[in-house]
Design a protein around this ligand. Structure first.
Ligand SMILES: *Cc1c(COP(=O)(O)O)cnc(C)c1O
Length: 393
């Protein structure tokens, strides 16, 4: 019975050309990977923005933590999993995010569940950007409090909804800092004004902002010069921070509350010392030499945007390493991505329901580890595959 149902659904997914599959990759360095057949790819789709997954300092820290403290954490943070590595990293994260306190969760996804599910109560209303990450949407869902969705980064729409929506309890506004599909940045100056005017708690998920924007790489608040204006800053250890895990930074009272009440924090085994130490080492590199890493990342982002535009591709403007190349039709987008794969370049094709109908695109991402010649070569290949698809080659 169950299997029949699943078979039918899977067949429908296949008929629509939407089936997803896992590809195993062996990363040789942050920019190149082999598949199982031994084919080598230039990777322009990872979230490893600073390219620090392979830094000697990071690997050494991870190895040393495993050797000193063991491979696993052995329990949840409130039992035996309260490792030195976790508390040390939280102190560093709090300082880096210019906050009183921070708390590590097992993933960024679990952080959003843990914070939203932990804090929202019946009677509260959460105002959420329509392009927010799935983990924010799911966190709002399981909290069971009312969610009001505003148009993407549309502050007039948000203001209108804040004015018209009756609220018995607390107002929350939740947004990505850097949006994962468009690479654009939330309008934090207006969000701060609105949150102050409506006495709302502002939550910004900086998964794609940390290690990417702000002069110290600390994300959206630093980018706008609005340190201390965001109530809760969420982030991940799995993107620019080159490891895995998630965190929230904010006032100590909120963190203390989450330690006591957030089920995704309480009922899951803590991250391994190795994963925590890797993130800590990455953060140390970023803290001591922000310009070294951020400077190259920004240069590479600007360069690849320019090169792709020069190849005649329609690139959405921006300053982040997320470079959307607009295609339109879902089928053409997937052909484009497959053609690039054939040519040895890995980029993600993004189609509905992740983006609206007619806005399918390639999501090209660049890291600080890519060399100029890699990017120049890649842009040429992307341009020529695109022209081939147009029948103009
Ligand atoms: C990637 C991402 C997450 C999830 O983080 P993980 O550590 O991968 O679970 C959450 N929020 C946003 C905005 C993200 O881009």
């Amino acid at each position: 019975m169950l299997e029949t149902r699943l078979q039918e659904e899977l067949q429908q997914i296949r008929r629509q050309g939407l089936e997803r599959k896992i590809t195993d990759l062996h990363f040789l360095d942050p920019t190149q990977a082999l598949d199982r057949e031994g084919k080598k790819y230039l990777v322009l789709s990872s979230n490893n923005y600073l390219g620090l997954t392979h830094a000697q300092e990071v690997i050494a820290a991870s190895r040393q933590a495993a050797a000193s403290f063991g491979a696993g954490s052995t329990g949840s943070r409130l039992t035996t999993g309260g490792t030195f590595a976790a508390s040390d990293l939280e102190k560093r994260l709090a300082r880096f995010k210019h906050s009183e306190s921070a708390l590590v969760f097992n993933t960024g996804y679990m952080t959003n569940l843990g914070v939203l599910y932990g804090l929202l109560r019946a009677g509260d209303v959460v105002f959420s950007d329509e392009l927010n990450h799935a983990s924010i949407i799911d966190g709002c869902r399981i909290s069971r409090c009312k969610t009001v969705v505003y148009k993407h980064n549309d502050m007039a729409d948000l203001q209108r909804l804040l004015e018209s929506e009756p609220v018995a309890g607390q107002r929350f506004i939740v947004t990505d800092g850097v949006f994962s599909m468009d690479g654009d940045i939330a309008d934090l100056p207006t969000l701060v004004k609105l949150k102050e005017r409506f006495d709302a708690c502002l939550i910004v998920d900086d998964a794609h902002g940390v290690g990417v924007i702000g002069s110290d790489g600390s994300g959206t608040a630093a980018h706008y010069g609005l340190l201390g204006k965001i109530d809760l800053q969420i982030g991940t250890l799995s993107k620019a921070l080159a490891s895995e895990g998630g965190y929230v930074a904010g006032k100590k009272i909120i963190i203390d509350y989450l330690i006591n009440r957030s089920r995704p924090f309480i009922f899951s085994t803590a991250l391994s010392p190795a994963a925590l130490a890797a993130a800590d080492a990455t953060l140390q590199l970023l803290e001591t030499q922000p310009q070294k890493y951020l400077g190259v990342l920004w240069e590479n982002s600007g360069l690849l945007r320019r090169l792709l535009s020069e190849e005649g591709l329609q690139v959405i403007n921006g300053v982040t390493p997320i470079i959307p190349v607009m295609v339109g039709e879902a089928e053409l987008t997937m052909k484009f991505a497959a053609g690039l794969r054939e040519a040895g370049i890995l980029v993600a094709g993004i189609r509905p329901p992740t983006v609206p109908q007619g806005e399918s695109r390639l999501r090209v991402t660049v890291t600080a580890a890519h060399s100029e010649s890699q990017l120049r070569q890649a842009a040429k290949v992307i341009g020529s595959v695109w022209r081939g698809l147009q029948g103009r080659c």
